[in-house]
Ligand binder design. Sequence first.
Ligand code: PMP
Ligand code: GLU
Length: 394
Amino acid sequence: MKINRRIQGLVGSSTLAITARAKELLSQGKDVVNFAAGEPDFDTPADIKEAGIKAIRDGFTKYTPTIGIPQLREAIANKFQKDNGLSYKPNEIAVSCGAKHSIYNIIQVLADEGEEVIIPSPYWVSYPEMVKISGAQVKILPTSAADDFKVTPGALKAAITPRTKIFILCSPSNPAGSVYSKQELQKIADLCVANQIYVISDEIYEKLVYDQMVYSSIASLGQQIYTLTITVNGVSKAYSMTGWRIGYCGGPATIIDYVNKFQDHSTSNPTSISQMAALAALKAPESLVKKMCQEFEARRDLMLKCLDQVSQLTYVRPQGAFYVFCDISQWGLDASTVAQRILNEVNVAVIPGEGFGAPGFIRLSFTTSQERIREGVRRIGQWAQQCSVKPVLS
Ligand code: PMP
Ligand code: GLU
């Protein structure tokens, strides 16, 4: 069978596959500790669920405008203004079926054959695959633990060519939890403005930052970078609404117009019911998100403390999102083998680093209770010891 040549080379999502496997084992009653999930374990808050139920009861169950109902786009415009100092008008905002869909749409609209998209590694698994579909070239820009897995201006400058079209920025990042400061973003913004490169700023973990860090959106750092940036966000992570599938983006009206057309011929509108729930989420008190964020911070602290007891494992302290990206290269086994064996032998689900472009790492999510975090890391530590993990001899 002849498959489309851009689709042939696609790699499935390791995050989704392993999360599904962990959930399946849990549903079979297995005592699995789930460090794989890239989603909060909290239930969607009651008032948000009620808004969805009300939408069904009110018969709000038909097609809506492709890129979202006006009241939701208005609420998103208010959110961007209030939280990020960004003045997108409703016609500069598109609502899609998750932030993943927003990013996909923007890449398909902007990136073309013969152009390059810079993706810092370690990266979220879906970025390179989305670029491959567009026909543009993926240009991986490696970062290092010494730089907290953040792109340095020097490295970005060296990666830029006349063909560079887009730079994908993810802060807080998945999988490393790195958060860029305003000063760091300013340097990146200056380079993108100087070279007229679009920035896709993936801000899906914006609400989950720790250590009292102040969050900055790159588009807020001046008019020039504002016009080159498409800011992406959504309700999945902040409001524990991963299954509702609502994400959105703000950017230049022309790009949003094309997103509208692109979506017209693919998904049409995101679910009407979910749009009503997302509207309720955006109107919910800040305290709702803060409470979840505080719990995540406590879990992060606990997970790091527990990981400190595991031999030959290191990490960079994450300042956002809900992942710890652990360097296990000293264990002398590739990450996929480690992840598979840990799942089979001690029932702990983790995501191997290969899919993030970092084969010597495993990603652990702290989206489970503190008790399970203690138990899961204890099992990993014991497993590592029993396997008499040895330093790799060079
Ligand atoms: N960006 C990043 C970095 C993510 O980890 C995710 C994971 N879900 C998304 C975007 C997409 O989120 P969603 O489609 O659920 O809004
Ligand atoms: N983004 C989450 C993760 O990295 C959810 C799965 C996915 O969409 O990739 O685990």
